[in-house]
Design a protein around this ligand. Sequence first.
Ligand code: ATP
Ligand code: MG
Length: 405
Amino acid sequence: MTIQVPEAAKRIIEQLNTNGFEAYVVGGCVRDSLLGRTPEDWDITTSAKPEQVKGIFKRTVDTGIQHGTVTVLIDHEGYEVTTYRVDGEYEDGRHPKSVEFTGSLLEDLKRRDFTINAMAYSDREGLVDAFDGVKDLEGRTIRCVGNAVDRFTEDALRILRAIRFSAQLGFDLEEETRAAIAVIAPNMAKVSKERIQVELTKLLLSDNPGKLKCVYENGIGPYISDHFEHAGRRLLEAEKLAWLPLKKHLRWSGFLRLEEPQDAVRILKELKLDNETIHQTKTLVSLWKTEIPADKAAIRQVMSGLSPELFQDLLCFQKVFCPETYKAQLNMVEQYSGEILSAGDCIRLKDMAVTGRELMDAGMKPGPEMGAVLDHLFQLVLTQPECNNREYLMKSAEHLLKEQA
Ligand code: ATP
Ligand code: MG
């Protein structure tokens, strides 16, 4: 079996070899290459100690020197080179107390989480597959290296990694591994919310986001949070999440769509999602159940409250989750919104032919009344885009002010 290793990674391995050390590409890149997927990055494992790695290469960065990781820069690309290591005792269900370097590749592979992630490769030595990773790739199986209960006890994040890889690759959890997940689920309480979020987001953005069900079926929900567990009880038609485009806020919104918007926000905040995703998700969860009338004035109204992208996302979302009876109307809404955009109808206050500044220049006093006038004009323009000209709007403004006086 050969793997097409990028030239730069080959060079690093060769240089380490020339200096008397062993070196291999390892982990995710080997797994993905064997699956015919494009690896995200190429990690290298070596018998050289970090100081020795730094002595061999001109440009290096100490990325995780305490864990034995040095980044080697080749043509402005970074390659993580990590010394063979064994993890010491795990103290908090997440972090090893210490890491020890070892001269043995086998020891290094043994500490890795799943058989499919525990393979190494070099052109010189070929594939090193001590735990039947290839067999599990062929059987499309996620299986722990060694005793599953022990491995999840050492590091509970592996529980979510297992489910996330099964979603990304479309693999099943091997039965002993799955059973151990259910047993060790309470340890998820020890894992930081950020790390949980990163795994859940990867899971949602995978080809099989419906695997989120596994998280709940194995009793992990309550150990993430009460609100998160609650949302799981409403995780209906999870397989439909796969029909949503690959955007973070769309996938999270799909999952949380039946929550009250403020409950969705609470879950996302607990999990430390970024503010933009929280805002977008809140908006979609709030709006998706409301049918948009097939009427241009009403459509402009909805468009005026959203960025163009979020409006498109809302239509996408409704296509996936709204009832059949709304589909024909939704098609009209889509067509009309396209026409609104190509006609350049005013749907933003800032695109109105008259601004507050101009009203002031015409002698109107700033204040709540002027705000009300501007708002009134904007509503007029949303209903009748042909009214969006300066002369007409100035006249209407004067008229409105007279009425108010
Ligand atoms: P991805 O495509 O998500 O990057 P990956 O397999 O490269 O997948 P990383 O998190 O980048 O995953 O980790 C690289 C390798 O380090 C893994 O393939 C695995 O061998 C090992 N590894 C990472 N996290 C753990 C962990 N928590 N426990 C044991 N081994 C781990
Ligand atoms: Mg990786």
